[in-house]
Design a protein around this ligand. Structure first.
Ligand code: ACO
Length: 379
């Protein structure tokens, strides 16, 4: 009997120096640094540099990266034109996936499939361009669905504040910028999750970085992965208020529903990122004076953990946090894309630097060999 590891559970498929998830110590390290320490001290741009280069930037390196990021921030007219062709009723993840694909088509120009794979230097440049371009794509998506025009970027604002500016057209409060910046850092990287593995599979064929990221966006869309932050808010809307949690949960569990925002393939005793994001949510609840959000959050968490012993993952606190900031529920997973593109591209560059085609085997369970009706073998 072949030993099949369905869902690749417990299978170690390669090495990585990008991040380490340790369920035993409940820790997540980016290039050796605890993610909660990064979230407390660093701008998201510095974490992007860390993931790509292996070290935090010096002041000069950070200034250079910020200048490059500003240079590529604006929504390119050809990408905007493609986005405008996507129906506003389409899921925003379909829109973001299409926009990234269009960026690739524009930037890879007339390169052959072999040449478009790119050198290490080209991949670094493409990573930065995508990182810089995604905020305008995500912000315009939300505005477009509300019937509003795109807002041009502001050169005097750093990454997090500028994304909020392009979405809402208001100078964001420092408390909001800080909470949002933390969420981007927490979402940036998480080892061989489904979307990162997808990006590595595509890269292993020597395809280009834009194709790998486009495929990763498709994987992230699923509600068992990135789509869960959107689903958490749907659940909050269904429950309404903290006093409804018990009857709602009785009903949901009787129907064997999965409660989105809880559970994790790797962490079984709680997601290492949740305490930091919960603290960010608490700061937003205080800033917007919305205590009922935290009441519902805590009531559902307490009740579900007591009954099932399954803990929240990062999507649980980030969903209500993004909602308080003013993002539409449908924009949550695109924000995850804007953050995770840093981790994806770090893995793409790592895979490309030490490549082996990823091509597993399968155990065949279909019919035994048989003859096609009408086929007459030559004697
Ligand atoms: N709600 C209800 N039951 C759950 C949940 C949940 N959220 N998570 C796990 N379980 C139960 C399963 O029903 C299963 O029960 P059973 O053994 O009686 O059948 C058991 O716990 C094991 O669950 P699996 O789904 O087999 O565990 P796996 O490791 O494959 O699942 C996963 C991990 C997919 C994340 C799962 O916990 C889940 O579906 N959670 C909800 C979706 C979600 O929040 N995804 C976000 C992931 S993190 C991120 O992308 C930032």
């Amino acid at each position: 009997m072949t030993d099949i590891k369905k869902g690749l559970v417990g299978v170690v498929v390669d090495e990585t120096a990008v991040s380490k998830v340790d369920p035993e110590t409940n820790s997540l390290l980016y290039r050796g640094y605890p993610v909660q320490e990064l979230a407390a001290t660093q701008p998201f741009e510095a974490v992007a540099h860390l993931l790509w280069h292996g070290e935090l930037p010096t002041d000069d390196e950070l200034a250079t990266l910020r200048a490059e990021e500003r240079r590529h921030r604006a929504l390119a007219p050809e990408v905007k034109a493609v986005i405008d062709l996507v129906p506003t009723a389409a899921h925003p993840m379909d829109e973001v996936r299409t926009a990234v694909s269009a960026l690739g088509a524009a930037e890879l120009g007339g390169l052959s499939a072999v040449a478009s794979g790119g050198t290490a230097e080209q991949n670094l440049d493409r990573s930065l361009r995508l990182f810089a371009a995604l905020p305008a794509i995500v912000a315009y998506g939300q505005r477009r669905r509300r019937g509003l025009e795109a807002i041009p970027p502001r050169d005097d604002l750093d990454y997090a504040a500028n994304l909020l500016w392009m979405t809402f057209g208001e100078e964001p409060h420092p408390v909001v910028v800080d909470a949002f910046n933390r969420s981007m850092i927490l979402y940036a990287e998480h080892s061989f999750n489904a979307s990162t593995f997808t990006a590595r599979v595509v890269t292993s064929t020597l395809s280009d970085l834009y194709s790998a990221v486009t495929a990763a966006i498709g994987a992230l869309k699923g509600p068992l992965h990135g789509g869960a932050n959107e689903a958490v808010l749907d659940i909050f809307d269904e429950i309404g208020e903290a006093s409804n949690v018990v009857p709602w949960l009785d009903d949901a569990l009787a129907q064997k529903r999965k409660i989105m925002g809880f559970g994790h393939r790797v962490y079984k005793r709680g997601d290492s990122r949740v305490p930091t994001m919960r603290a960010a949510l608490e700061s937003l609840v205080a800033h917007y004076d919305r205590p009922e959000v935290l009441e519902l959050y805590t009531a559902l968490e307490t009740e579900f953990v007591n009954r099932k012993g399954i803990y929240p993952n990062l999507d649980y606190p980030s969903g209500p946090a993004y909602s308080l900031i003013g993002f539409d529920t449908l924009t949550f997973t695109p924000l995850f894309v804007a953050a995770r593109v840093t981790g994806w591209t770090a893995h793409i560059m790592e895979q490309a630097a030490s490549n082996a085609l990823i091509r597993p085997l399968s155990a065949y369970t279909g019919p035994a060999q048989r003859r096609v009706p009408g086929y007459e073998p030559d004697e």
